[in-house]
Structures are given as structure tokens and as C-alpha cells.
Write a protein that binds this ligand. Structure first.
Ligand code: PHB
Length: 391
């Protein structure tokens, strides 16, 4: 089957790319080893920058995010028993973020793709991408027991943080050199309870970091910094609530409890694959770079990548121009490294390092104090959190 673009991975990057390409009149095939139910049913975080929401709206998939997304104009940083609001609207000229879970974005994208006659192959196995360094790449996979072969002109590697297409880029910058592991993990729970707070709370405490987030008016998402070797059995419900009350405590703080129906441990790291392309292969989203979740940037970076990539591909198919495709890595990397820095900064400011001394904790306090007291400090956080325009 000859096609214009073959896309590996039906996550935010792959599906958004297929959707944006369609707007340019370019047809693609998306393949994923997961079923549609798995993709739509895996509950993931969702903090959308205004530009991500604007792009969804401008391309006809903005209805549900408008109705169901919660617009937040600030977050709270909590430390030393006190909360400090970072007022995004005031600090960034009225901007904010929209809380709308990633799987809802995926549902919107899948529904629109299918309504537009798009081709998505769910639940395939044995995906192999070959020949991206030459003129005739192939994507092979097994579907319903039969081997299929796609012959795309261009290939997009959108297969997430466990990407295999990433390894088709020969000799990227020494991989270890663009990689950072963190000596802790997040223990995340979903609980049936109304939101404890109107806005997200990022709490620094000597026991470790805690985050109060939300999924819907009846479901809360809460996280605790834990040892990376911890498993859900180390965290019975009582211990979780007690630790949340301890870490998110003090003036004006409350944690509303409710039945916990999901527990998971989230390991995180920072990573950039540079270059993000090789021959006819272009990486986008987590396949190309991974950020810790503290900065809430992951999905927005994926959307920003494919916005640039879709336009470069459109230019290529319109007149054979390769300039924008050649410049893809250079065009998107500054945003990627900005997000890397911001996510690392938020992480290191708010978490307890395993060997932390009194010196480290007091240095963190001094930083948090500056970031919350000084308008310049608050603006630094707010500008990065709400994100920058796509162009
Ligand atoms: C989440 O709701 O899961 C969430 C929110 C903000 C973050 C990370 C995760 O920074």
C-alpha cells in the first residue's frame, strides 16, 4: 500500500499529526499495537496550554474541551505550612491552562479522524520500520494474522517514551549525555472525591513532594514523591492519606478523602534524542524527548512538534521543498530544551533529594521564597507554565 505518511503510534503526537496533515490534504496511516479501548481508557494527565486548546479549536476538535475542560488561571505552591498562589492571569496578560485529561483529547482525535475517513490500525503486532535512510521506507505489521506492508514517502515516529523508532536514528548525541534519571518516583492515586482545591497544589515538604490535581468534579488525582523501589503494596490507603495530610498541611489546606480506585508508581526521567530525524524518519513527542511531569509539559510539546512537522510535510508534498523538513529538529529543539529546563527546575525545587541535608532544604526554601515573593520570580514560573505561542 503506497501512502504519503506512515505514522507509528496513536498517542497525542501521532493522532494530532494525522489530523493536521488531513487539514493540509495529506493522507496518512496510523498504526498502534494497542487497541482503541486501551488507548481511550488509559487515564493520563492533561494540562493543556492555551495554544494547544486554540489549535484544537481552529481545526474542528475543540467542542468537548470547551465544554468539559476546566480553565485554571493559577496554581498554588505550598511550603512551610503556607500556600502561595501564582496568579497566571495577572502575570501573563490573562493566560491560563486547561485541565482536560489526555485520553479525552485522544477520544476527540480518534472520533474526528474516523469521521474524516482516516485510516488508523489499532491492535496490530510486530511493527517493523525499515529503510528510512533510503528512498523507499516500509512499515510492516501483522493485522488479524496477516502481514501488511505500507510504503510511505515519509515516516513519523510517534511511539512514545518506550519508542523503538527512536533507535533508527543513527549516532544521535551520546544518549547518556542527553539523559537524566531522578532518584525518586511519584506514587499516584485516583480517588472518588470532589476536588480538595480549586487549583492544583504543588507542595514542598521535608517528607517529600506532593501534588493535588483533579480529573473531574468527582475524581481527584493525587501524587506523593516516593522511593523509586516502592510498590503499591508499600502504600496502604491509611498511609497515603496520612502522608497527604502531612505534606499538604497548614493554613487553608484540606485534603478531601474518598475511596481510592487506582494506584500506580510513575518513574520519571529527562531525555532528548538529537537529532530528531534521519532520512525519511521524523520523531515527535515522547519518542523524541521525555520530561518529568512536574512542569505539565508532555502533551503540549507533542502537539507543538507535530504542528511544525505537519507544516514542513505539507510544504514538501506541495512542491518538493525539503527546507522545512531539513530544519525540523533545529526549529523545535529550542522549545524542547526550554521545557526540559522548566520541568527539571520545578522538579529540583520541589522534591526532596534522597541525601538532602539541612543545607539543601533551606536552599530550596530560599528559592521557593523568592519565586513566590518576587513578581519576577512568579512571572518566571507563570510564563513557562502557560507556555509560549506556536509560531
Ligand atoms: C495530573 O493531573 O496528573 C498532573 C497535573 C499536573 C502535573 C502533573 C500531573 O504537573
Amino acid at each position: 500500500m503506497r501512502i504519503q505518511v506512515g505514522i507509528v503510534g496513536a498517542g497525542p503526537a501521532g493522532l494530532m499529526l494525522a489530523h493536521l496533515l488531513h487539514q493540509h490534504g495529506i493522507e496518512s496511516v496510523v498504526v498502534d499495537t494497542r487497541t482503541r479501548d486501551e488507548i481511550e481508557g488509559t487515564i493520563r494527565a492533561g494540562v493543556l496550554e492555551q495554544t494547544s486548546v486554540d489549535l484544537m479549536t481552529a481545526t474542528g476538535i475543540g467542542d468537548r474541551v470547551k465544554q468539559q475542560g476546566q480553565v485554571h488561571h493559577g496554581i498554588e505552591l505550598r511550603f512551610g505550612g503556607q500556600g502561595h498562589r501564582i496568579d497566571f492571569a495577572d502575570l501573563t496578560g490573562g493566560r491560563g491552562v486547561t485541565i482536560y485529561p489526555q485520553h479525552e483529547v485522544l477520544k476527540d482525535l480518534i472520533a474526528k479522524r474516523l469521521a474524516d475517513g482516516g485510516d488508523i490500525r489499532f491492535g496490530v503486532s510486530d511493527v517493523r520500520v525499515e529503510g528510512v535512510g533510503g528512498d523507499s521506507p516500509t512499515i510492516r505489521f501483522t493485522e488479524g494474522g496477516t502481514e501488511q506492508v505500507l510504503h510511505p514517502v515519509l515516516v513519523a515516529g510517534c511511539d512514545g517514551s518506550r519508542s523503538t523508532t527512536r533507535f533508527l536514528v543513527p549516532a544521535p548525541k551520546p544518549r547518556q549525555d542527553h539523559f537524566r534519571q531522578y532518584p525518586f518516583a511519584w506514587f499516584g492515586i485516583l480517588a472518588e472525591a470532589p476536588p480538595s482545591s480549586d487549583e492544583l497544589i504543588y507542595a514542598h515538604h521535608e517528607n517529600g513532594f506532593a501534588l493535588v490535581s483533579t480529573r473531574s468534579p468527582t475524581v481527584q488525582r493525587l501524587y506523593l514523591q516516593v522511593d523509586p523501589n516502592d510498590t503499591p503494596t508499600d502504600w496502604p490507603d491509611d498511609r497515603i492519606w496520612q502522608e497527604l495530610h502531612t505534606r499538604v498541611s497548614g493554613e487553608g489546606a484540606r485534603i478531601l478523602e474518598g475511596p481510592i480506585f487506582q494506584k500506580s508508581v510513575l518513574h520519571f526521567r529527562s531525555f532528548v534524542c538529537e537529532p530528531m530525524q534521519y532520512g525519511r524518519l521524523f520523531l515527535a513527542g515522547d519518542a523524541a524527548h521525555t520530561v518529568p511531569p512536574t512542569g505539565a509539559k508532555g502533551m503540549n510539546l507533542a502537539i507543538a512538534d507535530v504542528y511544525v512537522l505537519s507544516r514542513a510535510m505539507a510544504e514538501y508534498f506541495a512542491g518538493g521543498e525539503t527546507g522545512a523538513l531539513d530544519a525540523y529538529t533545529a526549529t523545535v529543539l529550542p522549545r524542547v530544551w526550554r521545557a526540559q529546563h522548566f520541568s527539571w527546575w520545578m522538579t529540583s525545587m520541589l522534591h526532596r533529594m534522597p541525601e538532602a541535608s539541612g543545607f539543601d532544604l533551606n536552599r530550596q526554601r530560599a528559592e521557593l521564597d523568592f519565586v513566590t515573593r518576587s513578581r519576577a520570580g512568579r512571572t518566571l514560573l507563570a510564563e513557562n507554565y502557560v507556555g509560549t505561542p506556536l509560531d
